[in-house]
Design a protein around this ligand. Structure first.
Ligand SMILES: Cc1cc2nc3c(=O)[nH]c(=O)nc-3n(C[C@H](O)[C@H](O)[C@H](O)COP(=O)(O)OP(=O)(O)OC[C@H]3O[C@@H](n4cnc5c(N)ncnc54)[C@H](O)[C@@H]3O)c2cc1C
Length: 573
């Protein structure tokens, strides 16, 4: 159920197209068909384009998503958007925040101050509505028309898949046709037609609690942040969240009590009365107007596998995580980033098909981690039993006087999820600190002094698209054999980026160099002279070594791609 009071966004309407047809089928065959042009399908198309792989996006609607949906992106998502060349507009429209306040009735019981990472290029969290994110993705895609085609107003109604690809039935206002593709990625959301056509079912939990989302416009001087009320007089017996966005938009997200009639509760007059009462409660007197009302229920559901031969599933088509802690859209963007390079490498012949099984394994692990964290928040918001409810009330009542209790109220926002048990992790040396195999890299500012990219950069911004070898030269510099081997690695299949990390600009560097003036990269990676790290194309650590053993690095990359090291060497020769 949704009610729009005013135009939520300046929507561009896109026309449908029919490709050239013969006997009801599209002439020609696609490498990759992406079903669904929501944030995940669009991000995947851009990720593939970055690898030089062409895709077609089949999208049922005529524009980006309607109304208020996901409202916050994490630092990890911003780093992925940087890789896709679209972080700047998101940062311009987004509203960063790092604070939160939790109240029991009207009493503040917890103040969340997210730890600041002064070295990171992006803030931990940025509020931005999903329709903006989707529009920026569409605009970025328009810059690479030779690599991505979006077919709007085109609905997939059937799928037949086998070991060498799939056929999709597509309906458009101009007529229907069949499309053939070597690979299909289902990004068609919670009600995925592809998932149904494959006969797959979600397993997990549907939470009973119902939540109303209501966006209003109001000029208020309140700073941005997450405001959460438990049992406030304006919504007795339930919870209420409030978030600020740019353009004077405020998002209310409140729970309905079990005894409330949902139909009555979402009638505009009842929603507006509750908002009015809450604004009075917090002393807000500025004029306001409603923009949007909708309702949702939280779910914790996933498929058991995200790969079914030539069909892969991502985002809400593969899993539904409770959105608490901003895990909905962000987890799907991470799916797309994990999948894009793997699918591209397989298509380009740089990796064995088995690499795609690791997509399923790794992202299923991430889904379960997300569910574990989000379920805790969901249960704190809506206690599943009387015992839970008693415990929550006790926590809230004690929080005023007992510091240790306050951490139990901490809403724990989504952060990057490491993959400690990934089958791709390379056997590595022991380090005392820094990111272990499977973790994502921390950020730090660096100066690039090679590769025609002179100037300031961020570490995570340099780690993408390729495998990237970070080398910390020994005190006497790299020996000639190392330089030759590392140069060869740059020409190998798949090609690798190599960065040597120096404390001061090296004279006559024979390999691309970055300068780590304040030693921040070293400190964050616990790097010593003569050690090496390898980053996967999605920014996870593949392995790390206390010595610069280029053969070990070559073997690790080959093993990750399911190739024999010999084959990789041949390609390099
Ligand atoms: C009311 C609401 C509030 C939410 N709030 C939050 C939040 O606060 N934070 C958060 O992180 N997440 C939130 N989410 C979740 C978030 O919106 C999703 O996780 C995110 O949109 C998933 O992206 P997706 O691309 O996988 O799916 P979707 O965004 O659903 O995109 C799927 C796309 O596929 C298209 N499609 C569907 N069927 C077909 C078909 N048969 N053929 C062709 N195209 C098709 C659809 O038109 C759509 O464009 C919310 C969701 C809802 C519904």
């Amino acid at each position: 159920m949704t009610i729009a009071f005013a135009s939520y966004f300046d929507y561009t309407r896109y026309e449908p197209v029919l490709p050239p047809l013969a006997a009801g089928a599209e002439t020609g065959r696609h490498a990759v068909a992406i079903v669904g042009g929501g944030p995940i399908g669009l991000a995947l198309a851009l990720g593939l384009a970055r690898q030089g792989v062409r895709s077609v996006v089949i999208e049922a609607d005529e524009s980006v998503c309607t109304g208020s949906r996901a409202g916050c992106v994490t630092r990890r998502t911003l780093e992925i958007f940087e890789q896709l060349g679209m972080a700047d507009p998101v940062m311009r429209q987004g509203l960063p925040w790092a604070e939160g306040w939790s109240y029991h009735r009207t009493r503040e019981v917890f103040h969340l101050q997210m730890p600041r990472d002064e070295l990171a290029r992006y803030p931990a969290l940025v509020n931005i509505q999903q329709c903006y994110v989707e529009q920026y993705l569409v605009e970025r895609i328009a810059q690479v028309p030779e690599l991505v085609e979006i077919r709007w107003q085109s609905r997939v109604t059937g799928l037949r898949s086998g070991g060498d690809g799939a056929e999709l039935d597509i309906e458009t206002p101009l007529g229907g046709y069949t499309l053939r593709s070597d690979w299909v990625v289902a990004c068609d959301g919670a009600k995925s037609e592809v998932r149904k056509a494959l006969g797959l079912r979600f397993a997990g939990t549907n939470y009973e609690a119902r939540y109303v989302i209501a966006d209003i416009r109001m000029k208020s001087a309140l700073p941005p942040g997450r405001r959460a009320w438990f049992n406030p007089p304006s919504n007795p017996g339930a919870t209420l969240l409030l978030h600020k966005h740019r353009n004077d938009l405020w998002r209310f997200d409140y729970q309905l009590r079990d005894d409330e009639d949902a139909e009555q509760a979402v009638r505009p007059e009842n929603v507006l009365a509750r908002i009015r009462s809450h604004l009075e409660l917090i002393g807000e007197t500025a004029p306001w107007s409603p923009v949007w009302i909708s309702m949702y229920k939280a779910s914790s559901l996933t498929l058991e596998r995200y790969r079914h031969e030539r069909v892969l599933l991502a985002g809400d088509a593969a899993h539904l995580v409770p959105i608490f802690g901003v895990r909905g859209m962000n987890s799907g963007i991470d799916d797309s980033h994990n999948l894009a390079w793997k699918l591209a490498f397989v298509i380009r012949g740089w990796a064995a098909e088995s690499l795609l099984d690791s997509y399923s394994e790794e992202r299923l692990f991430a889904t379960r981690e997300n569910m574990r964290h989000a379920s805790r928040s969901a249960e704190f918001m809506d206690p599943p039993s009387v015992a839970f409810k008693v415990m929550r009330e006790a926590v809230l009542a004690l929080a005023d006087d007992h510091l240790w209790v306050r951490s139990l109220i901490n809403p724990r926002q989504s952060t990057s999820i490491g993959l400690p048990d990934s089958p791709l992790n390379a056997p590595s040396d022991a380090f005392a600190a820094g990111p272990a195999p499977g973790d994502t890299f921390p950020d730090a500012p660096v100066t690039v002094v090679g590769e025609g990219r002179q100037g300031a950069a961020s570490l995570t911004g340099l780690l993408g698209g390729h495998f990237t070898v970070l080398v910390f030269p020994p005190a006497g510099g790299l020996d000639a054999a190392n330089v030759a081997q590392l140069s060869q690695l740059r020409q190998a299949t798949p090609p690798c980026a190599v960065w040597t990390v120096w404390a001061t600009a090296p004279a006559g560097a024979r390999l691309p160099a970055i300068v780590d003036t304040d030693g921040q990269v070293r400190a964050r990676l616990d790097a010593t002279d003569g050690c090496a790290y390898v980053a996967r194309p999605d920014g996870h650590v593949l392995g790390r070594w206390k010595s610069i053993d280029v053969e070990a690095i070559r073997r690790a990359i080959a093993a990750c791609c399911g190739l024999h090291a010999g084959l990789q060497q041949e390609a390099a020769a």
